[in-house]
Design a protein around this ligand. Structure first.
Ligand SMILES: Nc1ncnc2c1ncn2[C@@H]1O[C@H](COP(=O)(O)OP(=O)(O)OP(=O)(O)O)[C@@H](O)[C@H]1O
Length: 168
């Protein structure tokens, strides 16, 4: 990626430093183009670190229309978008555990067809499948964020490799 963020490389994870929201969207879009049925992306980060901004990028890469209007489903808990495959966007902020997530039918979302993106995934660790991609966003300065993408399971190793190629 020309003249954009900086990248640290380590095994099955990458750390990308995003300079602004637009760059986080571009990173998300690159990731979204690599996702397919059954993939789960767990997003972790404090308030305002850019989780929803990242989701906008990911769903853009999944060909969801009007992706810039995506908002966190904080009250409805989950949204379904129609992209090239179904996309489930879950916000676990208000959830105190995995049972509440199960109650909204998360099993069908996480283990069914399509891609599932879970904001505040650290609130529902027991709901995550054995393999998933974890993205941790941390605030560096007003516009700078560290984006750490980590593959949990071999299925995601190739995604990390391709993201690395994209960032280089
Ligand atoms: N590098 C960056 N990456 C992402 N967002 C950024 C960046 N720089 C500034 N921002 C801004 O930070 C804000 C992040 O908001 P966003 O809703 O995406 O965060 P969030 O983690 O989902 O927050 P919350 O948990 O409160 O819903 C947006 O206004 C966005 O434009």
């Amino acid at each position: 990626m020309d003249g954009a963020g900086t990248l640290a490389k380590k095994g099955h994870e990458i750390i990308f430093t995003s300079k602004n929201a637009e760059e986080t969207i571009k990173f998300g879009k690159a990731l979204g183009t690599l996702l397919t049925n059954g993939h789960v992306v767990a997003l972790i980060g404090d308030l305002g670190t850019g989780k929803t901004t990242m989701v906008k990028g990911i769903v853009t890469g999944l060909d969801v229309k009007d992706s810039r209007n995506v908002k966190s489903p904080t009250f409805s808990l989950a949204h379904k978008y129609n992209g090239r495959i179904p996309v489930y966007h879950i916000d676990a902020y208000r959830l105190s555990g995995s049972q509440e997530l199960l109650d909204i039918g998360s099993d069908e979302m996480i283990f069914g067809n399509g891609v599932t993106i879970i904001e505040w995934a650290d609130n529902v660790p027991d709901s995550l499948p054995e393999e998933y991609l974890k993205i941790t966003l941390t605030h560096v300065s007003e516009e700078r964020r560290n984006i750490k993408a980590c593959a949990y399971g071999k299925r995601y190793d190739q995604i990390i490799q391709l993201l690395r190629d994209w960032c280089d």
